[in-house]
Design a protein around this ligand. Structure first.
Ligand code: NAI
Length: 339
């Protein structure tokens, strides 16, 4: 019978995986697979890892029977794919798990700000039921500006239409037919800044998008707009954000991600015990200022973190393992794209 070893598993994942893979020979380990413990696992057929198991050439060569690596992540740059190809080891990943989940969190932040839920909650906990200062605004008829119309951005647009909002969007790649399908309009970056009542970021963070919103362009944003960021902290220059919130350029911000966070490759990484906590002190201090502002809502990189999203990761992994065992491989990493 195939021997399957799961690494970097959390306690809550074990019973779920055991139940779903009943009848299989499964081993669970909280730690990574690494050069210190590899000798104990040389004879396993299938391994499932998260991103802290660095499966390089040397490690891959140490396995005698390895046939499948099922990574419980979207990214797979912790695995030497070339070596896997040479050794005929199949690699499967979890391509998607939380598109609607992050979009829902985006709206949680938006609605908290527009209806001042956070302020009302604080107040009623003190048994103060006054409404002073709690008047909100409607979403209906407001313009949402979505930056990055990818998997998450599309869900955000769909939800915005449910609130009868007008949606404009900026993306470096315009997809034909998408405007009609989802009921939005592609505009230029500057146009989006100028005309949105709420701006929501859903593009990747890279060299080109570093400080996409910065001190030179934050002043172009419609006065009093809200800025929502559930993508990556580095998309916004924190200094510029603090100033704009201070001078009323922005009336509020909803932030699930902060610039001071360490580099996050994979969102579920932030839940791992291995996630490094050392960050830039100046930015942390500014984030601290942000955390104290009553028109700013910060959540701790938690947008992906729903019961259903995390189960989808496990379910996909189970499908990947079962698919392999039944000779119907699913979610195989398309190496052809990379070599
Ligand atoms: P995606 O790859 O499906 O979509 C990204 C979109 O951004 C694409 O349409 C792309 O063309 C566009 N884009 C790229 N560069 C751009 C630029 N310079 N300006 C405007 N648009 C640009 O990605 P997906 O799945 O929608 O995720 C978006 C981001 O959300 C991810 O990059 C990730 O950083 C973040 N995320 C955050 C989570 C959280 O828990 N807070 C969870 C999952 C993702």
């Amino acid at each position: 019978m195939s021997k399957i070893a799961f690494f970097e598993v959390e306690e809550w994942e074990k019973p779920y995986l055991k139940e779903k893979l009943k009848g299989y020979n499964i081993l669970f380990f909280n730690d990574t697979i690494n050069k210190v413990n590899i000798d104990k696992f040389k004879d396993v057929d299938i391994i499932s890892v998260f991103i802290y198991s660095k499966l390089d050439k040397v490690l891959i060569n140490k396995f005698n029977n390895l046939k499948l690596i099922a990574t419980r992540s979207t990214g797979f740059d912790h695995i030497d794919i070339q070596k896997c190809m040479e050794n005929k080891v199949i690699v499967c990943n979890v391509p998607t798990y939380g598109e609607n989940t992050v979009a829902e969190h985006t709206f949680a932040l938006i609605l908290n700000l527009t209806r001042k839920i956070h302020k009302a909650w604080e107040r009623t906990r003190r048994l103060d039921f006054s409404q002073e200062g709690l008047r909100g605004i409607d979403l209906r008829g407001k313009t949402l500006g979505v930056i990055g119309v990818g998997s998450i951005g599309k869900h955000v647009i769909r939800m915005a239409k449910g609130f009868e909002m007008d949606v404009i969007a900026y993306d470096v790649f315009k997809v034909k037919g998408l405007e009609r399908k989802f009921g939005f309009k592609y505009v230029s970056f500057d146009n989006l800044l100028k005309n949105s009542d709420i701006i929501s970021l859903h593009c990747p963070y890279n060299k080109k998008t570093h400080h996409l919103i910065n001190k030179n362009n934050i002043g172009k944003i419609k006065k009093g707009a809200l800025l929502i960021n559930t993508a990556r902290g580095g998309l916004i220059e924190t200094d510029a954000l603090v100033k704009a919130l201070d001078n009323g350029g922005l009336s509020g911000a909803g932030l699930d991600v902060l610039e001071g966070e360490c580099f996050v490759k994979e969102d579920t990484q932030v839940m791992s015990k291995q996630f490094p906590k050392k960050c830039d002190m100046r930015i942390i201090l500014e984030d601290h200022i942000l955390a104290k502002m009553d028109n700013v809502i910060i959540t701790p990189h938690n947008a992906f973190n729903s019961v259903e999203a995390l189960q989808r990761i496990l379910d996909t992994t189970v499908d990947n393992v079962k698919g392999f065992l039944k000779k119907k491989v699913v979610n195989k990493v398309d190496v052809g794209k990379y070599f």
